[in-house]
Design a protein around this ligand. Structure first.
Ligand code: NAD
Length: 544
């Protein structure tokens, strides 16, 4: 059914970030929600075909800064539920893809409104407790970025639908933007509620139906988002929410003949394994699955001798330690000229040593706990490696305490070896490694930066001299998909800095942009001839 109206979508504005200043209403509301959520233990089911499904195979959600405290228990999917979810996605498909675009889009815009309004405090509190974020880190993720993903993707998709080929007087041409044939498997990471929300909704908007496997550490906030989508009017079966151990269900999903796409964000290793599985199954699929994955990073701060001292320190501190370095974009290696290092060293170390760390309920903390035991152990493994090495020295932090929560002090490692292990590998914690280079070897330092790590996600150049900036832009062309000049390499904003990297960092399809959305569409070209020819012969065949 169509009413023949063509709705015009305006380009949205980014969701404003609330300040949560002293005495503010928003601060009071979040504090109340934190207490309310901590006072109960909720049970989280799977949601398949719109129905709650309970398997009895349970996982626990604990607060990272208070690991004795359980706030939820969730049911985990197994093979049987994967089959149910694939069937539910197939059953919902026809009606969903035929729903007129303006009506479909209204569901996602309504969800954005619910998050920005009545659920703002709750989705923040859920992200703060479940994923260990302070209020600012949560606000820019679970509220602002998620709202932006929903609003901007609706707008970008409307731009794609509008993009039509030329027609002539007697020929009408059209691009019909079909969804893919089959279901999309969305697999999301722990560290951003917004990514959890974006991975299933971007392909769903385009008319696809989805199996969504959230990260076990983000189930709490992701379940709330799932409920918000249904409140906003999402039909049953369009997105099927199946928390599970990825390793246990991944292969069943990837073996399905109806797999039409993978929308993944997480570690490089998991993504490579999924791609390998798809390769093994390639002869069995109905269609070639679209594979979109944003993966790990080893993000850099490259400083030139013309960098301003306080700007450099701020970029290093914020870029490396916000959200405990658990952003794919977090700076974790820095190249600093000797003269700048002399100038900033004491003040930088002093600033880092004075960073306040503690639970998220205390809003004066800048740094909180890391996500879980496995991350905690992995990160301190790297710090101990540096402590034991003759090529490195821990010059700030290097301490931890897991008696109540998984706390690791923001740590700076200074190394004499530019290819030191912590200059190359993703640690995903509050650890920055610094390599100091002679001022007159800027070009060599750029080359090192480009060649040291397999990743290419984000990076920045801190320099006041234009020529130095241009040299960095050129030498590091393929070293980062998001490149910053005189700013930290984190905090990309939807609609402003489309996000994603290449090399081992992903397929660089730029989440929250038109490029990403095109991956979930399979266009059909239509041509209607208004005056069809009635004779097969062409004029060139006539001699007289
Ligand atoms: P992860 O790879 O451990 O997990 C990601 C998701 O994959 C989870 O839902 C997990 O359960 C699932 N999974 C694991 N094994 C699976 C399997 N065999 N089959 C199917 N699914 C499986 O990553 P994480 O610890 O949640 O997140 C941190 C990682 O994500 C870091 O490497 C970080 O750089 C990356 N990341 C990248 C971006 C980006 O945009 N490039 C953004 C955020 C996070």
């Amino acid at each position: 059914m169509t009413n023949n109206a063509v709705f015009s979508f305006a380009r949205p504005k980014n969701e404003p970030i609330y300040s949560y200043g002293a005495e503010s209403k928003e601060k009071r509301e979040v504090k109340e929600k934190l207490e309310e959520l901590k006072a109960k233990v909720i049970e989280i089911p799977l949601i398949i075909g719109g129905k709650e499904v309970k398997t009895g195979n349970m996982g626990e959600i604990r607060i990272p800064h208070n690991h004795n405290k359980i706030i939820a228990r969730y049911h985990k999917a197994g093979k049987k539920e994967v089959v149910m979810a694939i069937e539910a996605a197939a059953a919902a498909k026809e009606k969903w893809e035929k729903m007129p675009w303006d009506r479909r889009s209204a569901i996602f815009r309504k969800a954005a409104q619910l998050i920005a309004g009545p659920y703002r405090a709750e989705i923040n509190a859920a992200t703060m407790l479940g994923q260990g974020k302070n209020i600012y880190q949560s606000e820019i993720d679970a509220v602002c970025e998620l709202v932006d993903f929903l609003e901007f993707n609706v707008y970008f998709l409307s731009e794609i639908y509008k993009d039509q080929p030329d027609s002539t007087k007697d020929i009408m041409n059209q691009m019909e933007y079909r969804p893919l044939e089959g279901f999309v498997f969305a697999v999301s990471p722990f560290n951003f509620t917004a990514i959890g929300g974006n991975l299933p909704t971007a392909p769903a908007m385009a008319g696809n139906t989805i199996l969504w496997k959230p990260s076990s550490m983000a189930v709490y906030s992701n379940y709330l988002f799932m409920k918000i989508l249904h409140e906003a009017g999402l039909p049953d079966g369009v997105i099927n929410f199946i928390p599970a151990s990825g390793a246990q269900i991944g292969d069943y999903v990837l073996a399905s003949r109806d797999l039409a796409g993978i929308h993944f964000t997480g570690s490089t290793e998991v993504f490579r394994n999924m791609w390998t599985k798809v390769g093994e199954n390639i002869g069995n699929y109905k269609t070639y699955p679209r594979i979109v994955g944003e993966t790990g990073g080893k993000d850099f701060v490259m400083a030139h001798s013309s960098a301003e001292k306080n700007e450099l320190i701020t970029a290093l501190v914020r870029g490396s330690f916000e959200y405990q370095g658990q952003k794919c974009s977090a700076a974790s290696r820095a190249y600093i000229p000797a003269s700048n290092w002399e100038e900033i060293k004491d003040s930088f170390i002093n600033t880092v040593e004075n960073i306040k760390m503690g639970p998220v309920e205390d809003f004066t903390n800048f740094v909180n706990a890391v996500i879980d035991r496995a991350s905690f152990d992995k990160i301190i493994g790297y710090i101990n490696y540096a402590k034991d090495s003759a090529e490195a020295e821990v010059i700030a932090g290097g301490e931890w305490d897991d008696s109540e929560g998984y706390f690791i002090r923001p740590t700076i490692i200074l190394t004499s070896n530019p290819k030191f292990k912590t200059m190359e590998e993703e640690i995903f914690g509050p650890v920055l490694t610094v390599y100091v280079y002679p001022d007159d070897q800027y070009e060599a330092a750029l080359k090192l930066c480009n060649e040291t790590s397999p990743y290419a996600l984000t990076g920045c150049i801190m320099a006041r001299e234009k020529d130095a900036q241009l040299k960095a832009l050129e030498a590091l062309t393929h070293a980062a998909g998001n490149f910053y000049i005189n700013d930290k390499p984190t905090a990309a904003v939807v609609g402003q800095q489309p996000f994603g990297g290449s090399r081992a960092s992903g397929t660089n399809d730029k989440a929250g942009s038109i490029w990403n959305l095109t991956r979930w569409l399979s266009p059909r070209s239509l041509k209607e001839t208004l005056n069809p020819p009635k004779d097969y012969k062409y004029p060139f065949m006539e001699e007289e």
